[in-house]
Design a protein around this ligand. Structure first.
Ligand code: NAP
Length: 245
């Protein structure tokens, strides 16, 4: 129960990695707002959170819209009165080779994966600065290093690093840490859509020779959210079985 009494928000928590993070934070004792664009999925996750004996609130939001992001923080103020942990996890991919990538594919990915993180981080920073305490954890990707067919996704995830490192520097004196997790290849619906042939190539490049579980990302989030990580800020942590080595 490392997060007993803490108040947390996890975006994109209707399924996959975000769901695992929301449940892990709840297992550690945090009250959690599960925010996602999919109302039905997030409603089910909030029910699972409540079964763990903490408060769970489902919120349908689109983080790429300023009003959506602000709704999260209005709710947090009304329901919890404070915010200890923000996990910016919501993300999408719209893969295409650069010469075939449409404006929409570029804009959608940047709007959710990068601008959404900016909207939520800015709103959270306002609350956390006043409290002089906070933990912001941003989910980037090993793809920030560059990946064929992912110019939009890679640019958005590299952008998350720049945003996070800047926020870490700006907010450190206010008792707020900002860290980034870069998952490698994790078993979720996002990666289940990858063709089998490509999956085999990716697997052959992972030293641990297996796909990661969402819970293995969630465990690292829980550490960064806890007081055990009080001296960790601006860090970029790979959770990918050695994929980037
Ligand atoms: P996922 O299974 O597709 O889940 C993403 C969740 O975010 C879904 O519930 C989705 O809702 C929601 N979402 C999408 N757009 C949103 C928006 N505008 N506002 C709020 N919520 C929104 O993906 P995942 O694999 O769990 O990935 C989670 C994060 O980890 C993403 O940032 C992803 O880029 C990153 N990541 C994943 C991997 C991997 O191997 N899986 C690797 C590296 C990084 P819908 O169900 O309606 O789409």
């Amino acid at each position: 129960m490392r997060l007993s009494g803490k108040k947390a928000v996890v975006t994109g928590s209707g399924r996959g990695i975000g769901r695992a993070i929301a449940l892990k934070l709840a297992q550690e004792g945090a009250d959690v707002i599960a925010a996602d664009i999919n109302a039905e999925n997030v409603r089910k996750v909030a029910e699972e959170i409540k079964k763990l004996g903490v408060k769970g609130i489902a919120l349908k939001v689109d983080v790429s819209k300023k009003e959506g992001a602000e709704k999260i923080f209005k709710t947090i103020k009304e329901e919890f009165g404070r915010l200890d942990v923000l996990v910016n996890n919501a993300g999408i991919n719209r893969d295409a080779m650069l010469h075939k990538m449409t404006d929409d594919e570029w804009n959608q990915v940047l709007a959710i994966n990068l601008t959404g993180v900016f909207f939520c981080t800015r709103a959270a920073a306002k609350i956390m600065r006043d409290q002089r305490y906070g933990r912001i954890i941003n989910i980037s990707s090993a793809s920030w290093l560059g990946n064929i067919g992912q110019a939009n996704y890679s640019a958005s995830k590299a952008g998350v690093l720049g945003l996070s490192r800047t926020a870490a520097r700006e907010l450190a004196r206010k008792g707020i840490t900002v860290n980034v997790i870069c998952p490698g290849f994790i078993d979720t619906e996002m990666t289940r859509a990858v063709p089998e042939r490509i999956k085999e190539i990716i697997l052959s490049r992972i030293p641990t020779r297996r796909i990661g579980k969402p819970e293995e990302v969630a465990n690292v989030v829980a550490f960064l959210a806890s007081d055990e990580a009080s001296y960790v800020t601006g860090a970029i942590i790979d959770v990918g079985g050695g994929m980037v080595l």
